[in-house]
Design a binder for this molecule. Structure first.
Ligand SMILES: [Zn+2]
Length: 114
């Protein structure tokens, strides 16, 4: 596993590479939390979705606050919230985010239809 830094998003895993926002270096605690999360991702889509949902459930309020503060301080990190993004000329889909976003969307559609 290799770590690369850029200015977009916060933390992502692409194959064997973990891509972190370079400004996270100024926030070692958050940096290490995100690196730990991303390092546990693997090639299996289903496992990755489970890993994300479990971590979504277990994330403590202090970490949500730290992430929100970071995103407001570095607006380019807000790209993290997009389920579709680009890295080195390729398109990537975040299946976990798509799933998370589809729940309120389906629920809203059901209210509109019935
Ligand atoms: Zn994840």
């Amino acid at each position: 596993m290799r770590v690369e830094y850029n200015i977009w998003g916060m933390a992502n895993r692409i194959g064997n590479v973990v891509v972190l926002n370079k400004n996270l270096k100024k926030y070692p605690w958050l940096h290490d939390k995100l690196l730990e999360h991303e390092s546990k991702h693997n090639e299996k889509s289903l496992y990755n979705i489970k890993h994300d949902l479990k971590s979504l459930k277990n994330t403590k309020m202090i970490e949500w606050i730290a992430k929100t503060k970071f995103m407001l301080r570095y607006p380019r990190s807000l790209v993290q919230l997009s389920p579709i993004w680009f890295y080195k000329g390729r398109v990537y889909f975040d299946l976990s985010l798509m799933l998370v976003y589809s729940i309120p969307t389906i629920s809203l559609m059901r209210h509109l239809i019935w």
